[in-house]
Design a protein around this ligand. Sequence first.
Ligand code: BES
Ligand code: MN
Ligand code: ZN
Length: 501
Amino acid sequence: MEIKVEIGSVTEVSTELLVVNLFEDSGQPGGATGAVDAALQGAIADLMAAGDIKGKEGEVTLLYPRGGVSAKRVLVVGLGRRDALNVHAVRRAAAAVARKAQELGIESLCTIVHGAGAGNIDPEGAAQAVVEGTVLGSYQFTAYLTCNDAIRKPLAGLTLLTHDATSLPALQAGATAGNAIAEAVCLARDLTNLPGNDLPPSAMAARAQEVAAQCGLTCTVLDETQMQTLGMGSLLAVGKGTDQPSQFIVLEHNADRSDLKPYVVVGKGITFDSGGISLKPGQGMEAMKDDMAGAAATLGIMQAVAALDLPIRVVGLMPCVENMPSGKAYRPGDVIKAINGRTIEVISTDAEGRLILADALGYAQRYQPQAVVDLATLTGACVVALGTVASGLLCNDDALAGQLEKAAGESGEKTWRLPLWDEYKQQIKSDVADIKNSGGREAGAVIGGIFLQNFVDYPWAHVDIAGMVFSHQVEGWRVKGGTGYGVRLLVAWLRQQAVQA
Ligand code: BES
Ligand code: MN
Ligand code: ZN
């Protein structure tokens, strides 16, 4: 999407669609909306008086100005209550506008920056939210659609209009960041939406190489022989049942800055999770094509970090494996050895995410990282606990947990902390190995974290995103399919770290 920020007047700008806004509790249209209303001889005030526009968040009302303003169409979007306005409401409203524009078949639109003048949001944050909402709300995955009437014309242009020249640099900065971040979310969504047949680990690696070349990241892909040499017996065990070779993808931003301790992001990349020999029930198994959403988010995060050129060192690790049953597959009862020498008794081959993360987290130790955050669709138990509203956060460092909670508030990608108490450790004690990979049904999301803790010796957070990566409905900036959850959360976190650096 081409994004511009322009100084101009709402009544004089020429555009296919001009977007103004309204609060739910506003008496009379004010500001830019008031100016448009006056030019339209009170058309908006009439609609309000008739009770046909209420200003409810995401409500969109289309008007044809008949020469009253230069725009071809005017769209009034509701922002909800004035005192409840925040960047999340702005992002959702912009998403509703983008979908309406697409429905109309419009290619570009011009909007005022919702909230920029309202006082409780800074102009930069408001511009970022408008751009994010527009790009994410109009996202569509069309790779497999051959019947044209299902495909909406993509929005090609977005202009943010302001009358205040002094706000221009802030709006420009917000718009640029918002676009970089939203594009990264779309990349993660695309990968999440791709089915297992078209996105084996080798395709993840190819895509990572491509992204790295485009945005100036360093990318190294380790093959199975190299992983063998490193002692990644845990990851390699999971990949034994498939014909698709496993790949360990390493991305780096500011790789040459060996003076800086890096932040490391790790993403679970199971390109399809059948459960392996501990086969999942057939019903709903197709959903397990999204079991690589953590790795997809990691690639998106690295792309955004490069685009924003954050002055910190960041490493992205994407262990990518397909989990399949076969005569070569690993079995329940097998004992395997991870990169740090820990032995693991396999109870369930369906608890495979933690096995590939064990080696990735162990590998991360070579960087002596400032902090490591893993994103993983790890447990159904986390979905039972928190639903599709928040991810589960398991963290061995209170300062890091606080930073992530702050980033969650800023991005609107909610996370909720769960405990890592020692009492849980007995649940994964094994009689034959150091630990076992499943502790049964109790506290499943916590046990995932308890297991992974065996492979870290640095400040670390595990974000269980199992309930967050796929949406079955259109709501706000989310559309059906992959959500790209985690990209905005961790980019917000890394931007905070960059400010402090
Ligand atoms: N990928 C699944 C977790 C999952 C389940 C994500 C449902 C999204 C929706 C993971 O590999 C898995 O199978 N976990 C097991 C762990 C158990 C065997 C300890 C689970 O949640 O049942
Ligand atoms: Mn599984
Ligand atoms: Zn899985």
